[in-house]
Design a protein. Structure first.
Length: 81
């Protein structure tokens, strides 16, 4: 397998685990013996937490990508100089 294929497989594996965790958490909240208002409040809180964590992860990945691009530009300038 190529390196790209290995990375794609890892991404799909991690996405599957993440999706499973979300489904499991949702099922746990939905089947908990609580009134509907409490369940809706819990779901809203979990959704907000997930949104915040996702935004944080996206920003981290964006920062890493920008750093890699900057390093690549620096390396290219060094080679070209």
């Amino acid at each position: 397998m190529s390196d790209s294929s290995d990375k794609n497989s890892l991404v799909y594996l991690l996405a599957g685990f993440g999706l499973g965790a979300i489904v499991g958490a949702a099922a746990g909240v939905l089947f908990a013996p609580k009134p509907g208002t409490d369940v809706r409040h819990d779901i809203a809180e979990k959704a907000k937490e997930l949104k915040d964590k996702t935004s944080e992860w996206v920003n981290e990945q964006r920062t890493k990508r920008q750093a890699l691009v900057a390093a690549g530009v620096d390396a290219a300038e060094e080679v070209g100089a």
